[in-house]
Design a protein around this ligand. Structure first.
Ligand code: E4P
Length: 219
């Protein structure tokens, strides 16, 4: 399973990359705004900076919502760097654009997916990645993980190549459960990724080992 980090924060992307487990980055307009990245030139430069840190794919989201504008914006984003994946919302013009980008060999990430029907359409349209938002489904008392299970079943039934990118991941158990179900990729905040490190028995065990070593060290 690939690990993407879901942020536009360069320091956090560096930290995840330095940990040696990072396979890519996802951003969205809200995450860019959170970092104070506004204006065309700043946004473009920020995407380029992210591409310089990670070895993997970097999702950059279009703002346009009509077909012609999505194509124009997506093609410009794709030209920025070979790692750029054009993130397209699950709307009618977005589905048409996914097909266009796919025919041109431009990688895509279909975002804002909340149902298996939407995921089926994204795969039919040739999306490289589909992003079901599991945390936001959990937020409205729906089981986000069962959506991942359903999409896995549908894609496996027909051999769709679209990769399931579990998004809106909120905590480490989301990551573990996605791995059990067979999501191809998770995108998570740094806090959820580093939380996988933690176990009190590891901390206690290490403290004991170090203490025992220190006792013998003076002899
Ligand atoms: C996915 O690509 C989105 O950027 C993201 O995972 C949304 O997460 P949120 O629901 O925590 O905003």
């Amino acid at each position: 399973m690939k690990f993407f980090i879901d942020t536009a924060n360069l320091a956090q992307i560096h930290e995840a990359h330095d940990l040696g487990v990072l396979d890519g980055v996802t951003t969205n307009p809200s995450l860019m705004a959170k970092e104070g990245i506004t204006g065309h030139d700043n946004i473009v430069n920020h995407y380029k900076a992210i591409c310089e840190i990670t070895d993997g794919d970097v999702s950059a989201e279009v703002i346009a919502t009509n077909y012609n504008e999505i194509i124009k914006e997506g093609e410009a984003l794709a030209k920025l760097h070979s790692k750029i994946v054009v993130k397209v919302p699950m709307i009618k013009d977005g589905v048409k654009a996914l097909r266009y980008f796919s025919s041109k060999g431009i990688k895509t990430n279909c975002t804002l997916v909340f149902s298996s029907g939407q995921a089926l359409l994204a795969a039919k349209a040739g999306a490289t990645y589909v992003s079901p938002f599991i945390g936001r489904l959990d937020d409205v008392s729906t089981d986000g993980l069962s959506l991942i299970e359903d999409i896995r079943l549908i894609y496996d039934n027909y051999g769709f190549k679209t990769q399931i990118l579990a998004a809106s991941v909120r905590h480490p158990m989301h990551i573990v459960d996605c791995a059990k179900i067979g999501a191809d990729v998770i995108t998570a905040p740094l806090s959820a990724i580093t939380a996988l490190l933690k176990h009190p028995l590891t901390d206690n065990g290490l403290a004991q080992f170090l203490a025992d070593h220190a006792k013998g060290a003076g002899k």
